[in-house]
Write a protein that binds this ligand. Sequence first.
Ligand code: UDP
Length: 348
Amino acid sequence: MILIAFGTRPEIIKLFPVVSELKKRGIAHRTLFTGQQTDLYEDVKALVPPPDFSFAEAFAGAQKHNSLGGSFVKICEAAETLYARKRFGIVVVQGDTTTAWALAQMAFYNGVRIAHVEAGLRTFDLMNPFPEELNRTLISQIADYNFAPTRQAFDTLAKSGARNIHLVGNTIVDAVDHFRKTLGLTSETTPLVPVTLHRRENHAVMGELFREIEAIARDNGDLEFVLPIHPNPEVQKHRHLLRAPNIRVIDPVGYPDMLRMMSRAAFLITDSGGIQEEATCFNKKVIIAREKTERPEVVEIGLGRLAGRNLEREVAWARIPPGNPDASPYGDGHAAERIVDVLAGRLA
Ligand code: UDP
């Protein structure tokens, strides 16, 4: 039996293609929602069938205090109980969250095999992104299956001595392709500039970043900035800084609406990892509000610029329409099929 574990919005977005593929092939599996991010869960829960297991209640207290250790301990305890109660052959974890690391470590303790989706991403700076760089590095040490999204991730894993590495592409391209087809999305350019800012490493400078957005909006009156604002209080407390008439601050939106906005964007401003990848699917330029990225490919193909806090400096570049699109460096939309091929082979 395969267990697919997720706890946050990006994990659900990047794992729903795997869940769909398992279902399509009639391969027995169960799903687990750890409740790491209950507020954003509502926006994406429709992407997967209702989870078979949920730790959301056990998690509620830890989340209120936003404590990394508290969250980690609660997920670990609940995961151990679950692994003892049900016999899983493989647990599939995604990315670099507390959920992914806690589920992987408890699987290791309890003799459950670990499959890591989106393995091998690194900035090689343990503090950036924090604590994700630590989480993903540790998972690679114990994973039985490492599913690398890109050649660079594959090479990083190979050098580190990780086991059983498969270059499969990133399931985010599968996710985008799914909605591109079902919603009939095509890439067009309108004055819309979607902005998302929320990362923990940016909390200390979030006020500065919001002031940059305000200044950019005032200097670019022909553009319309839309900011689906993250519920984290460290982000919310700065929303009063956004006053320009061409800035719209909205609640986080469901994934199909987010993709619809991206497909119509003039360009994007973000500190999110997933949005950097999605930008390449829609051939959109993206100003990256980070000092370092574990996704160098978007920069290498000329669609991304690492701006740190100096977002305004890159606006002139971002306003020049990109050239003809290359294929996304993050995959061809068949990553989930390859992942399930490997897992099915193991089960057989
Ligand atoms: N996203 C969404 N609605 C929003 C903002 C973002 O569906 O209002 C999606 C976005 O398209 C991307 C993912 O959420 O796929 C990014 O999640 P997040 O920024 O939380 O995490 P990261 O990508 O940094 O891991």
